[in-house]
Design a protein around this ligand. Sequence first.
Ligand code: AGP
Length: 613
Amino acid sequence: MCGIVGYIGNKPVIPILLDGLTRLEYRGYDSAGIAWLDNDKINRVKAEGKIQNLYARLPELSGLVSHLGIGHTRWATHGEPDEKNAHPHSDCSNDLVLVHNGIIENYRTLKNMLLSKGHIFRSDTDTEVIAHLIEENLKTIPDFFSAMKESLNTLHGSFALTAIHRKYPDIVLAARKQSPLVLGLGEGENFVASDVPAVLPYTKNVIFLDDNEIAVIKSDSVRIFSLNQNEEVIKKTNVITWSSSMAEKGGYKHFMLKEIYEQPSSILNTIRGRITADPPQIDLYELSDFKDIIKKISRIVFIACGTSLNAGLVAKYWLGRIAGIPVDVEMASEFKYSPFLGNSETLYIPISQSGETADTLSALRLIKENNGNTISICNVLGSTITRESGATLYTHAGPEIGVAATKTFTAQLTALYLFSLYTGMLKKHLDNETLNKKIINLMRISPLINAKMPEIHEQCINIADKLYHYRNFLYLGRNICYPLALEGALKLKEISYIHAEGYAAGEMKHGPIALIDKDMPVVMLCPPDSVYEKMLSNLEEVRSRKGVILAITQDRTDMPLATYKISLPEVDDPDLIPFLYTIPLQLLAYEIAQIRGCDVDQPRNLAKSVTVE
Ligand code: AGP
């Protein structure tokens, strides 16, 4: 997820670009850059790190008269987060610059074609390919708009793009496919941005571009066309009523809630470019150098903390079933207290959203001292853990601002599930027919969650109102839902400050059942899977001791003994249950914390990344 701004109008452009990028910094902050047209020349300034690093690079602005420019703040997905890979990117002639948010899945093929035509690349990004592609098309299509349109129609993947060209000083072009873009309509000036906060100080009148639309933005007009046909599209102008602060959260009250709702797209973005649906195939190209190692391994060890540890515990079930591999899941902070027992057939997988967690990093360093094989699962390109791992399978969840991990958890599940399928395929433990079916079912998870999120949320709001006053909770799950019980308890603990414990349901009779009484709500994960009947027995045990039961189960199941019920839709493949059953756990914790007046985005005593051991 990156931040894009563009401007054309009657004011000096650079202050507007910098202000817009600052308001979008929550979308990504590992590098930034701006470009503007001045006296028939395109100027560019880029800097690694936060936007304020740009200021130091800018020339004296007072004499500057430019009124046309674009800017970008980056969340790296392809290419290290350094100045070379910072946007804006240009073509060979520096006549054209553009900024991009999204993932171009076929960039390697296009780059090879352009290299063969003599194009010289200056970065490792997928984005730069688009600039050279437009330059190449301008050789035969002598019109910036048509050449850009032609280029965009050869891209696979997602993009929100804004571009300017030295020879077209009166227009900004902007196009979108599956990544957001909004146009701000001013008086004698117009704006384009990834999100509303960047334009709100200047205008409340906006047009949201839809997929496969391209806009021709002038200082006194905005026209929008379909990328697929030649027709002009007439769009509604919206008047934004949000405050700037609410706008940064996309209209949501908290970043955490926004990130919970972003999960359909973060799951999809983590899948993107790694599977094809027709024919169904897996290609984890980042692990291509590890194929032989993966074929040989006889054991996998996950090392992580907190929510990332819970993701590893879920993946333990997948790798056992899908790839026939035994898995140990090690708490990073405890890992170093046991003798190192790995060998060349062991693969160590650190899982870390931030890539900076000290406990996980020190465990990784211990593994490397013993020449262990390592592949990390991480959300931050170029973070320390990724730089010190043999390879990294990235999640593409974008920046997670809320301290409680939500979208990065399901993005980790996505990466781990893809890895499980990939390993099962390489070790020939998974036949092609099953693999194909699993890939198709995985593609359905994102739209399913997207469709059902509002009604799941509605149920959680109602139940939170009945449970928020209790002081202790027990979360119970069996099989692949046991790690979800741990994760649900962690979410409630860390944002509502209620004591909550996740437990394997089968373990309840070995002690925790003594806790059950009318003051103990028990959240029970009861999907209709192979252990459903056993969960019903646990439910009766709790009920007979007057426990307050919240059953999270499938729509059609009848739960007479449950005090409360959250109903979820059917999941095609039991292996995919964790994706859907995580959602109510996150929303229930969020709504209870809200009622209790807790600081949901910055809970007390917590940090987003724990960089101390
Ligand atoms: C989870 O909601 C917490 N924010 C915390 O447990 C977190 O998962 C843990 O600190 C690990 O962080 P990492 O994934 O960045 O390594």
